[in-house]
Ligand binder design. Structure first.
Ligand SMILES: [Zn+2]
Length: 130
């Protein structure tokens, strides 16, 4: 039994790892959203207390709302990534169709481009075609 893998991971192992990555991230995000919503609830309750200023200018309140919205957006992206994983297209660069590095996907689970193509794409976006 001297099975040693020297280079890279098998596609199947990689896929399994990616799915764990996505579902973990999703789970984490869901509990973050739940926590933010609970915080928001508390804010509302304290603001409804007699003598408080109601809605007014409540920067902390709207900040929580922004956070929740961002988290929900992220969740949508994770869900889309899980969908792509099911379809078998996840983890591949949409530009060059090469596999996206695992380290990159760990940092950015819904990355659709490899680092190189992302850079190019951003450059093109910043510099409109003339
Ligand atoms: Zn690429």
């Amino acid at each position: 039994m001297t099975v040693r893998r020297v280079k890279g991971t098998e596609p199947e192992a990689r896929n399994a790892q990616l799915l764990v990555l996505l579902t973990d991230r999703r789970q984490e995000l869901l509990s973050q959203i739940r926590r933010s919503l609970a915080e928001r609830q508390e804010e509302f309750q304290s603001r409804d207390a007699p003598g408080s200023h109601g809605w007014g200018a409540a920067p902390e309140g709207s900040l929580t709302l922004v956070v929740v919205q961002q988290q929900e957006q992220l969740l949508t992206q994770i869900d889309a990534a899980i969908g792509r994983h099911k379809a078998g297209t996840y983890g591949r660069c949409v530009s060059c169709h090469e596999e996206i590095a695992l380290a990159r996907l760990r940092a950015l689970p819904f990355a659709q481009r490899c680092a190189g193509c992302q850079e190019e794409w951003e450059e093109q976006r910043e510099r409109p075609t003339s």
